[in-house]
Design a protein around this ligand. Structure first.
Ligand code: 5GP
Ligand code: MG
Ligand code: MG
Length: 185
């Protein structure tokens, strides 16, 4: 779906599909270098990371095994609850494995810092994070992020996997959602 089909639901397109893909290609080269001994297990966080995972995994020039988790940290709205719950756990045993968490966005950082600790506590050899987007000014906790696509302003964005009430995930670009959509005006 293209941004132009959404009329006044969106204000600004922050990053186009082409920019996202080009940046992921750069990150893939870094990841290949950093994991030249052994490829990591890619752990995608459902549902938002589906697009990042699909594009990153195909960009990587090594065998990329994928696993998925679903956690809830946000309700249907636009505010972080800070409460993380596992809705779907990994299939793989990650004991002794290098794990690369693949995420769509880091906002407060609460979800990712919790998830990183959770995976480390299962005996992973290493746990690193790759995120397509990050809002540096919204961070509430320190999170060590190895690979960041783009830093963005503190706005609610949709597209490229990111939803508002499950809509807009299939938008190709990342765009700022117009406040009238979620304020109900
Ligand atoms: P955090 O715990 O870092 O505050 O939030 C992490 C999760 O909240 C993300 O994985 C994503 O699902 C959701 N989230 C945070 N900011 C945004 C945003 O701007 N747009 C959308 N659609 N989801 C967001
Ligand atoms: Mg996410
Ligand atoms: Mg969401």
């Amino acid at each position: 779906m293209d941004a132009k089909h959404l009329g006044d639901d969106l204000t600004v397109v922050l990053h186009t599909e082409e920019e996202l893909r080009a940046r992921l290609a750069e990150l893939a080269r870094e990841i290949e270098r950093d994991y030249s001994d052994e490829p990591p297990l890619l752990v995608g966080v459902l549902k938002g990371a589906v697009m990042v995972m699909a594009d990153l995994a195909r960009e990587l020039n090594f065998h990329a095994q994928m696993d998925w988790m679903a956690v809830s940290s946000y309700g249907v709205g636009t505010k972080s609850s800070g409460v993380v719950k596992i809705l779907k756990d990994l299939d793989a045993d990650i004991t002794g494995r290098d794990v690369l968490i693949v995420e769509d966005i880091i906002d407060s950082g609460l979800t990712l810092s919790w998830l990183k600790e959770n995976l480390e506590s299962r005996g992973a050899k290493s746990v690193r994070i790759c995120t397509m987007l990050r809002k540096p000014e919204a961070l509430k906790v320190e999170v060590d992020v190895a690979y960041v696509g783009f830093d963005i302003p503190v706005e609610f964005v949709v597209g490229y996997g990111l939803d508002y009430a499950e809509d807009y995930r299939n938008l190709r670009d990342v765009a700022i959602l117009a406040p009238h959509v979620y304020s109900g005006e």
